[in-house]
Design a protein around this ligand. Structure first.
Ligand code: ATR
Length: 268
């Protein structure tokens, strides 16, 4: 039996175990997915233990994604290095490898709705961990990325690293969105609250709007976007596809996407 898992602190409410375990069941893979909650300073010891115990793969979440990148044990790939965070570790080779599936997750969530990313003008609101991953993903896929953040200096710093990107304050959102095709909310605004980081007047029917927030599923931003005639993609799709990407990396098989989606949505 293969053991996969999630390392974070806290991990109690994670949706990853049911999402992965239904996939093992569906494909008759003999595996389990469990959660681990090391103390904040103990990631390296935990990873050494995982390798010694023969754990097959780990997802990594807050507060350990940056530590996983810095780990001496893990060889992080180029994208994870640029993003500055590892969220998936594969222990199957001679040395554990580190990856970041958040960027690919966002791209798959957009592409399944027939959103063209190559050549698109994309606005990413937020310059934290999620904003970093999504901005690199969009730029790598050929979009021209404008990053808008409450703390404008952080948007400029990130834009300096992302090919072709520009950094802005939130007050320019309306101008940026006027001729954009993609909008991503990578802030925590709207999480467990009826608030939006984007004025409803700035939204229009030519936009595809992805909200990385998934609690609630229907955020104020997404309902405003739907009212404006935009294509909407909720945060559960991004969460789903970062898990799908990890599953496919670990198992080398196509993930049973709709089964995983059902397991996720049933718990949201
Ligand atoms: P994550 O890893 O989920 O991206 P994070 O790194 O803490 O979390 O980043 C949170 C993001 O949400 C940041 O871009 C933050 O803006 P600041 O850099 O100015 O802090 C943004 N954010 C959080 N609360 C916000 C609010 N009330 N209004 C606007 N932006 C907010």
């Amino acid at each position: 039996m293969d053991v996969f898992g999630l390392v974070g602190n806290p991990v109690g409410h994670s949706l990853s175990p049911p999402m992965h375990e239904v996939a093992y069941d569906a494909l008759e893979i003999d595996a389990r997915y469990v959660t681990f909650e090391p103390a904040p300073d103990d990631l390296e010891t935990a990873l050494e233990g995982a390798a010694a115990l023969g754990i097959a793969g780990l997802n990594v979440t807050i507060p350990f994604k940056e530590d996983a990148l810095a780990s001496d044990l893990v060889a992080a790939d180029e994208l994870a290095n640029r993003i500055g965070a590892v969220n998936t570790i594969d222990f199957s080779g001679d040395r554990p490898t580190g990856h970041n599936t958040d960027a690919a997750g966002a791209l798959r969530a957009l592409r399944e709705r027939d959103v063209t990313v190559d050549g698109a003008r994309a606005v990413v609101v937020g310059a934290g961990g999620a904003g970093r991953a999504i901005s690199f993903g969009l730029a790598d896929a050929g979009a021209t990325v404008s990053i808008a953040n409450r703390t404008e200096a952080k948007a400029h710093d990130l834009a300096d690293e992302v090919p072709g990107a520009t950094g802005h304050g939130l007050e320019t959102l309306e101008d940026l969105l006027a001729d954009a095709e993609i909008l991503v909310n990578a802030t925590s605004v709207g999480m467990e609250e009826d608030a939006t980081p984007v004025p409803a007047e700035a939204l229009h029917g030519g936009l595809a709007v992805l909200d990385a927030v998934y609690r609630p599923l229907e955020t104020r931003l997404l309902s405003d976007a739907a009212a404006a005639g935009a294509t909407t993609v909720d945060g559960a799709r991004m969460l789903l596809y970062q898990g799908v990407e990890a599953f496919e990396l670990w198992t080398g098989r196509d993930a049973p996407v709709s089964t995983m989606d059902e397991a996720l949505r049933a718990r949201l």
